[in-house]
Design a protein around this ligand. Sequence first.
Ligand SMILES: [Fe+2]
Length: 318
Amino acid sequence: MTIVRTRLSPHLGVELTGIDLSQELTAATRQAILDAWIDAGVLLFRGLGTSPETHMRLSEVFGELEPAATASLNDPNNPYLMNLSYYPDKPGAYQKHYTVQGIDRAGWLGWHWDQSFMPTIVRGAILRMVEPAARMGETGFIDAVAAYDRLTDAQKARIDGLEVVYEFNPDFTSGQFGFPKDICAIDADLPAIGPGHKFDFPPVVHPLVITQHETGRKVLKLSPMHARYVLGMGRDESDALLEEIAEHLVDPRYAYFHAWGRDDMIVWDNWRVIHSANGVPLECARYAQRTTIMGDYKVGRYLDATRSSNDIGRRIVD
Ligand SMILES: [Fe+2]
């Protein structure tokens, strides 16, 4: 079979066809998938995620997998699969509900790369849509390589060498950069993330610009959702700069939003692409599974220099 790439949008991503995930993949096919991933940042395999087995077979192309990070979300039969579900009739949802642009939503997430509040960030993830939402539920992607290229020369010079401090914050109404201004929590008294969770994520530092290992391209490495301030910069100046850079990065004109079909799988490069979740109307169920590709881009660290980057007590999905 010939593997065919079809662009998902003018800005990033391709759909790959001509791959049979019902059997073991050849070395040539695996390499073709990897090459497309580095080129495009996001790969779509439409309708091929028919089982956990095909999901695992595809995931293993991208390297070593990380066991599901949030124990309460683990699939009981496979520690590498996370269950990400929303069912309106099952209270105690994983995530708080928000109103955005006048729509009450479950599962809404602003623009981010995963685990920006940790010193080592995972390489990527593969999401498989088991039960798409009857309405909405799209996942958005933006290429941070192209976003870097769109900066002016003055902006590039200004952010060169800067580092950003991140700290986990599950409350999406507390003024994150690049977030919609009209966001509000539906029930302010609900816990932000499931009952019984405690967070212990000391502040971490990531460069604002990194280099993609495989190509040498520069990446605008800002995760607006958990970014707090530019290290060593006055707070007002830092707030203004991060607001400017975040608005540039999350410009919707350059986003691709995937409208999920059943059994679609998407893999994204978490070192290069930011993503967001549109959420679903509160009455709409949605069920996806996710695998996570391990990785350490080696340039993140704890703000507290006495802590080792390997000193990770706990990881969670975000
Ligand atoms: Fe995420």
